[in-house]
Design a protein around this ligand. Structure first.
Ligand SMILES: *Cc1c(COP(=O)(O)O)cnc(C)c1O
Length: 385
């Protein structure tokens, strides 16, 4: 047993749930559309290699990563599916990408030049997706600039244009107005390029998880789904998905606290009556965020228990109902079947994405329902030690 495992805090990843969610997404897009499984940030904290393997087996066609380094990790694990680097790549990263057969997203002249140079150096033809800003206001080339500056580049044979893409700013909002606006600009650009003699690249993609499930008009030839893959709801009222991650810890000490006694740093909690407080082996250094102090709930023996006092780096304190009969070593559910990540995100005043990607590297991930992958992970246990 490694030190990290001895601490009792771990995340269980149910790979079968990933497969179920891939099937749900596939059903939403139909057979003619490709599904990119977005596995950036270590698959939103779930483990990039096991998640990517299962997603591909279950029917995903592409993988999406944030950087060339993330793509290299998947290639080194033996995955041969098409992979797109979604973020910007500098010259060094473009070389890594080309050497590992990764497609690059470009949206600046310097990014394009980096890809070209990497191609010359390695005698390989870069495969590129041009990212257009249809309203996100972040990265992406403005549609007017695509027409005025990028048409010659789009016509060159020095690179292969594999995709034209954009990203939605408000596909999870109650109103679909801005999504329609962005969709309109994307369609207009495709039409304008055609009039400039530029054929649309083979892959046209715009939709994230929310748009995949809500707006069939945004599917084009491919969708890029992250959050839905992991079973978290991409928008309020989303159809049910299967949560893949549960996060548990253990009770390390039980203590009677008398009326008027305080608990933890800053003495934010003062017992209104005599009660039992349990210490749990998880803290903000594991990603159990300090903002959850005195607000979040956890589940012990099927019952909700409130976090009392400040969450510290490695420990959290919870109030135990008198009749619950809790013992040291009992399991404490932080996220799981009876406590969804959406609820934790709400207490933390953030989004599920940030809670999931924030689960720390010292929390071991344990995999269920895929013996092959479990074996792979065992070999690398030491990375958590
Ligand atoms: C992260 C990301 C996605 C996935 O978004 P979800 O909301 O998690 O589905 C899609 N496209 C791009 C460009 C991304 O960076």
């Amino acid at each position: 047993m490694t030190v990290a495992e001895a601490r009792g805090t771990r995340a269980h990843i149910n790979l079968q749930a990933i497969a179920v969610n891939v099937a749900t997404l596939r059903a939403a897009i139909g057979p003619g559309v490709s599904l990119m499984a977005v596995v950036k940030a270590d698959a939103y904290g779930h483990g990039a290699v096991p998640v990517a393997s299962v997603a591909l087996e279950a029917g995903a066609n592409w993988l999406g990563v944030a950087s060339a380094e993330e793509g290299r990790e998947l290639r080194e694990a033996g995955l041969t599916a098409p992979i797109l680097v979604l973020g910007a790549s500098n010259a060094d990263q473009a070389k890594i990408a080309l050497a590992h057969g990764l497609d690059l997203t470009v949206f600046t002249e310097s990014g394009y030049t980096a890809a070209l140079q990497a191609g010359h150096q390695l005698s390989l033809c870069p495969q590129l997706h041009l990212k257009v800003d249809t309203g996100m206001g972040r990265v992406g080339v403005h549609p007017d600039a695509v027409l005025s500056e990028w048409v010659p580049r789009l016509a060159t044979s020095e690179v292969r244009w594999s995709g034209l893409m954009s990203h939605l700013a408000e596909s999870d909002a109650a109103s679909d107005a801005f999504t329609r606006y962005q969709l309109g600009r994307f369609l207009d650009l495709i039409e304008s390029l055609r009039r400039h003699g530029v054929d649309a690249p083979p892959h046209l993609h715009l939709a994230n998880s929310a748009a995949t499930l809500r707006f069939p008009g945004t599917h084009f030839t491919m969708v890029r789904a992250g959050l839905a893959l992991y079973g978290a709801a991409p928008y309020e009222g989303s159809l049910p998905l299967a949560p893949a991650l549960s996060w548990v810890s253990e009770v390390t000490m039980l203590k009677r606290i008398a009326t008027g006694q305080s608990v933890g740093y800053g003495r934010t909690f003062v017992a209104p009556e005599d009660l039992t407080v349990a210490t749990v082996a998880v803290g903000y250094a594991d990603g159990y965020r300090r903002v959850l102090s005195d607000r979040a709930e956890v589940v012990v023996k099927g019952r909700r228990c409130r976090v009392v006092g400040r969450i510290s780096m490695d420990q959290t304190t919870i109030a135990i109902p008198n009749d619950l009969g809790v013992q040291v070593g009992d399991v404490v559910e932080l996220i799981g079947p009876s406590l969804r990540v959406e609820e934790v995100a709400q207490w933390a005043e953030t989004i599920s994405y940030e809670i999931l990607t924030g689960i720390g590297s010292r929390v071991p991930r344990e995999y269920r329902s895929s013996p092959k992958v479990v074996e792979n992970r065992r070999e690398s246990d030491s990375e958590y030690a």
